[in-house]
Design a binder for this molecule. Structure first.
Ligand SMILES: Cc1cc2nc3c(=O)[nH]c(=O)nc-3n(C[C@H](O)[C@H](O)[C@H](O)COP(=O)(O)OP(=O)(O)OC[C@H]3O[C@@H](n4cnc5c(N)ncnc54)[C@H](O)[C@@H]3O)c2cc1C
Length: 468
């Protein structure tokens, strides 16, 4: 560590902004899944943009590496320091202000450390809607959501985090501030810097605030659970419902039979939504700003699908409690996987038209490579985003896990690449998929990324070892 680093950081952020004690630093040094653990030299928690800028000026001058951290709920180890003990963790948790809400412009300006759930509530308080919604919304921050370009359950209708941001304020690696908090839907004044920082996972700068897009608040929702014999049938159902319901279709989530079994076995008070067994399940939701006719629309669409034998069973929710129970099942999958084993995770995106063929090929390839393999296949089918995971026994040794991960990654990711898909859809690249990214990016694309990184962060201090 640079000799005067701590003293200078203390002068920048004061007592309240420094965490020095080993025990107090520990939660910042391990990720949510407890898959990655590192060691920080210090945790810095600036109170505002000016303090963040001062911290970065100091780190730039002293060539000190910085790992930005929001809610620390990311699933790719992007916010965890390495084991060197040389990296500063910069936590945004004290930057919690909602700076303004403009219902006429349908925008809200929030600082990076505001929890996603608090942004949703602030939008609701002015009768508007902020649609980004994730299982971690009570703990993740808007800065983290933007830095990973988070997806979640309403991308089908509203897009991912990138599509919900209009402007950003960013502290650059050398401590300068880019004041890009524009609340404009049209701004063609050159290169889109905003889109450069969104999804950059803390490798180019620190997002300190954002202007977010608000939407009209839906007043009605209709939710159903369906069972089908194949993933092909669900893909066709999705196309049919999109045609019939248009923008009212907000969520189309898929679970394989094995994923559902895992949840029912490991999540307390979860009950099977349908009486009979099915190879695939989908949780479907419509929402609208008009109260009338939504349930009828959903029932009509699903009735037709039953007649065509696209689906074999349907349960349309008749109460808020039943809707909650459906969502509890879907959201229980992360917890169930953690309890049941060690997962080799894949967070992949495919053209929806290529998705069923991919699943057939990948299932066959994995079963051939590893007879008896437990494939936990679920995800945001409406966005072409699958979490196509493989569950290994809880007592799998770390070396065996690493070998299996390399082998399974190659099989799955090769098939994804052949189908024109992406090996990283919404959870970020972090450390988990960094080498895979290098393997699959073309030379030209990787070279462009390296040049951008080099020009913005010449001292290579922003989140080293992540993404790139
Ligand atoms: C139960 C559960 C369910 C989830 N479901 C989904 C889901 O459906 N869809 C989905 O997309 N994700 C999901 N996630 C993961 C998701 O990526 C995170 O929850 C969230 O987007 C990350 O926010 P965070 O504040 O926790 O960021 P962190 O984990 O703290 O950081 C994530 C990355 O962003 C960087 N970063 C954080 N803040 C900033 C900043 N202000 N400026 C620059 N870089 C920054 C970090 O360096 C790191 O690389 C889920 C996670 C959990 C635990």
């Amino acid at each position: 560590m640079h000799p005067r680093l701590l003293e200078r950081l203390h002068a920048a952020v004061g007592d309240a902004g420094l965490v020095l004690d080993d025990e107090a630093r520990a939660p910042y040094e391990t990720d949510w899944l407890r898959k990655f653990t590192g060691r920080s030299s210090v945790v810095v928690r600036p109170a505002d943009t000016a303090q963040t800028a001062e911290v970065m000026r100091i780190c730039h001058e002293t060539h000190t590496p910085v790992v930005t951290q929001g809610g620390n709920t990311g699933m790719s180890g992007g916010a965890t320091p390495d084991g060197s003990g040389a990296q500063v963790v910069l936590s945004t948790v004290r930057m919690k202000a909602i700076r303004s809400v403009d219902p006429l412009n349908n925008t809200l300006t929030a600082e990076a450390g505001v929890l996603l759930a608090h942004i949703q509530a602030a939008a609701q308080a002015v009768d508007r809607f902020f649609p980004l919604s994730l299982g971690s919304e009570g703990s993740c921050t808007i800065g983290g959501n933007l830095a990973t370009n988070a997806g979640g359950i309403a991308v089908l209708r509203y897009g991912n985090a990138r599509e919900l941001a209009l402007g950003l304020e960013v502290v650059l690696p050398d401590g300068r501030v880019w004041h890009g908090l524009r609340a404009l839907r049209k701004d063609n004044t050159g290169y889109d810097l905003r889109d450069l920082f969104i999804g950059s996972e803390g490798t180019l700068g620190i997002i300190t605030a954002a202007v977010l897009k608000l939407h009209a608040r839906p007043v009605a929702r209709a939710t159903a659970w369906v069972g089908a014999a194949s993933i092909d049938a669900l893909v066709r159902l999705l196309a049919q419902l999109r045609a019939a319901c248009g923008e009212r279709l907000v969520a189309f989530e898929m679970l394989s039979a094995e994923s559902l079994e895992l949840i029912l076995a490991h999540v307390a008070d979860s009950r099977a939504p349908l009486a009979s067994a099915h190879a695939f399940h989908a949780l479907i939701e419509l929402a609208d700003t008009q109260a009338q006719g939504l349930a009828e629309l959903l029932e009509g669409g699903l009735g037709e699908a039953l007649e065509q034998s696209l689906v074999d069973d349907v349960a349309v929710s008749v109460s808020g409690a039943q809707t909650q129970a459906f969502w509890k099942i879907r959201e229980g999958i992360s917890q169930a996987q953690m309890r049941a084993g060690k997962a080799v995770k894949h967070d992949i995106a495919l053209p929806i038209s290529a998705l069923a063929a991919f699943v057939h090929r990948a299932d066959a390839a994995l079963r051939e490579a590893m007879p008896g393999v437990r494939i936990i296949d679920f995800g945001h089918l409406g966005d072409g985003n699958l979490h196509y995971n493989v569950l290994m026994p809880l007592d799998t040794a770390p070396e065996a896990m690493a070998t299996a991960t390399a082998r399974l990654n190659r099989i799955v990711h090769d098939l994804v690449a052949e189908a024109g898909g992406s090996i990283s859809a919404e959870h970020g690249v972090g450390q988990l998929r960094r080498d895979e990214l290098r393997h699959y990016k073309s030379e030209v694309e990787f070279d462009l990324m390296m040049r951008i990184k080099q020009s913005l962060d010449p001292n290579q201090i922003m989140n080293p070892g992540k993404l790139i």
